[in-house]
Design a protein around this ligand. Structure first.
Ligand code: ZN
Length: 292
C-alpha cells in the first residue's frame, strides 16, 4: 500500500492506494489559507493530520505503507520543490521533512504529471501511444505521452496573441491567460457582474439557468474558440491520437464539453483530427498518480 497526496491549487487530498491502483480511503482539506506567513509549515501540518486521519479510518499503522507520493502544482527538481508560485513557496525539501518524520521514502512530482500517469495507467489514455494531457485549472498543466515516455510540457505558456493579456511568466498572450478555468471563471464573473468570490458550484447553477442568454453563449463560444486555437497548435506539433482534458474543466462538462466537440469538428488540423476526451479519474487522478 502507498499513500498518495494531491496538493492542489485549492485543496489537499490524501488517500491510501493499493498496488492495483484502488483507492481505499481519502481525506480532504478543502480550504487553503494561503496568506499565512508560514505557509510551508501550515501545509506540512495539514498533510500530517490528513495522513493520521486516513490511517485511523482504515485502522492501519504507518509501517504498512511502503511509500508516500506527492503531486504539487509547481516545479519539482530532484525530488525537491523548486517553486509553487500560487502559494508563494520557493525551494522546499518537503520530501526530506516527511521522510524524517515517518521513516518512509517520499517521492514528489508535478501534479499534472501525476494525473497524466494515472489516466495512462487506469483511465482515458489507456493503450494510447501518442497523447497530450491538458489540465485546465488555475493555470494549464500539460504533459505529452509518447509510447512510454512522459514529457512535461508547458503548453499553458504557448503564446496565442503577442499583444494579449499579461501572464505571470513575464510574456503576453499565453494560452493559459485565456483558456485556464481561472480565466474562464473570471470572465464569466465579469460578464455577469457576479460577486468575485462566486464559487464553481454557484457558477454552474447560474450557467445552467441562463442557457438561453445570448451574451453569455457568445462568451462561452469565444472561450471554446480560443481553447481550440491552443489545442490545434498542439496537435500540429505533436500529432496525438487523443487529447485528454482534466482539471476543473470536467466540472463544467455539461456547459463546455459538447460545444468543444462540436467546434472541434470544423477546426482545421494539419494531421488527423485527434479524439478529445475528458479525464476519467477526475479528482482521484492526482492521488493515484502520485503513487505511480
Ligand atoms: Zn505565460
Amino acid at each position: 500500500m502507498k499513500i498518495g497526496i494531491d496538493l492542489g491549487g485549492s485543496h489537499i487530498a490524501v488517500g491510501v492506494i493499493t498496488k492495483e491502483g484502488k483507492l481505499l480511503a481519502k481525506q480532504d482539506q478543502n480550504e487553503m489559507i494561503i496568506n499565512q506567513e508560514n505557509i510551508t509549515q501550515w501545509i506540512r501540518d495539514r498533510i500530517l493530520s490528513l495522513i493520521h486521519c486516513v490511517l485511523k479510518e482504515l485502522q492501519i499503522p504507518i509501517f504498512v505503507i511502503e511509500e508516500i507520493g506527492i503531486g504539487v502544482p509547481g516545479i519539482v527538481k530532484e525530488n525537491k520543490i523548486e517553486n509553487i508560485r500560487k502559494y508563494g513557496i520557493g525551494k522546499w525539501d518537503l520530501a526530506k521533512e516527511l521522510e524524517e518524520h515517518y521513516q518512509i521514502p517520499v517521492r514528489i512530482q508535478n501534479d499534472a504529471i501525476c494525473s497524466a500517469k494515472a489516466e495512462k495507467q487506469y483511465g482515458a489514455l489507456k493503450d494510447v501511444e501518442r497523447a497530450v494531457f491538458l489540465c485546465l485549472g488555475t493555470g494549464i498543466g500539460g504533459v505529452t505521452l509518447i509510447n512510454n515516455s512522459i514529457l512535461p510540457s508547458e503548453y499553458g505558456h504557448m503564446v496565442i496573441d503577442k499583444e494579449g493579456r499579461t501572464c505571470h511568466c513575464g510574456k503576453k498572450g499565453c494560452f493559459e491567460t485565456y483558456s485556464s478555468m481561472q480565466a474562464f471563471k473570471k470572465g464569466m464573473i465579469e460578464q455577469m457582474n457576479l460577486n468575485p468570490n462566486t464559487t464553481s458550484e454557484e457558477l454552474l447553477v447560474i450557467l445552467k439557468k441562463e442557457k438561453q442568454n445570448e451574451e453569455l453563449n457568445h462568451y462561452i463560444d469565444n472561450y471554446i474558440q480560443t481553447l481550440l486555437i491552443g489545442i490545434s497548435n498542439i496537435v500540429n506539433i505533436i500529432n496525438p491520437e487523443k487529447i485528454c482534458i482534466g482539471g476543473s474543466f470536467t466540472y463544467f462538462e455539461d456547459i463546455l464539453y459538447k460545444r468543444l466537440l462540436e467546434k472541434a469538428l470544423t477546426t482545421p488540423y494539419q494531421f488527423e483530427k485527434p479524439e478529445i476526451v475528458l479525464a476519467k479519474l477526475q479528482n482521484t487522478a492526482g492521488i493515484i498518480g502520485a503513487t505511480l
